[in-house]
Design a binder for this molecule. Sequence first.
Ligand code: SAM
Length: 264
Amino acid sequence: MKQLKREQEFGDDPLARRETDNYQNEYVESFVDKWDDLIDWDSRAESEGHFFIDILKERGKHKVLDVATGTGFNSVQLLKAGFDVTSVDGNAEMLSKAFANARDHSFVMQTVHADWRWLNKDVHGKFDAIICLGNSFTHLFEEKDRRRALAEFYAALKHDGILILDQRNYDAILDHGFSSKHKYYYCGDKVTAEPEHVDETLARFRYTFPDDSVYHLNMFPLRKNYTRRLMHEIGFQKVSTYGDFQDKYKDEDTDFFIHVAEKT
Ligand code: SAM
């Protein structure tokens, strides 16, 4: 018997959905299946070049925990470059898609199904580095969840470990409106990603696919300096922020910020 596919569910008032657990309803199978069209692996790999690999190698980091595996792009890039990678996601559909994608690239992905807020219940051992990429941290709506997740990431790192976490430039969207060139992450050229509603505690984006199917994500619009402050408050000693993979950049021209937080 064919099982009914789960659809995204935002209820009668989608703008009222401002909860950390939303991500489980948002990444339904049909959306996950289309996700790789949205982020087009080849052009994404071209845009980001060796940025993350260089940061890890320059600091001698080898054992990496990808806490926001999604469909596996970042994990597979690192596996290809010879890193020891463990891949975590709180969403089972994402993780099984990631496993299949890794297999297509001839890797057996080491996966752990875990929510960041309780990461160390399921993830054992300490890591040289944690990556949380593709604008994932934005899924946490409450400050206590953000603090808790960062504390769990901190605890899973070795004494000199680093956390690499990226985010969309929400300051620009909140202060000046949306003007993404769609160059870095949403680079599938047939998919449009645009904000439907933005205020200080919600950025609701609409994703339209070539078959006219429409999906949404409700996200928390992290301001750059707020994220940096939280990282310091959790205990990271140094936080360096890059703009669109450059260390010199103008905030207003930047699509994505990448924070590199160091424990020592
Ligand atoms: N890094 C991948 C990429 O760039 O393609 C995936 C990014 S996707 C936007 C965000 C991922 O974070 C989703 O797979 C989602 O399931 C996961 N996620 C969101 N909130 C989470 C949480 N609280 N715990 C664990 N995973 C979470």
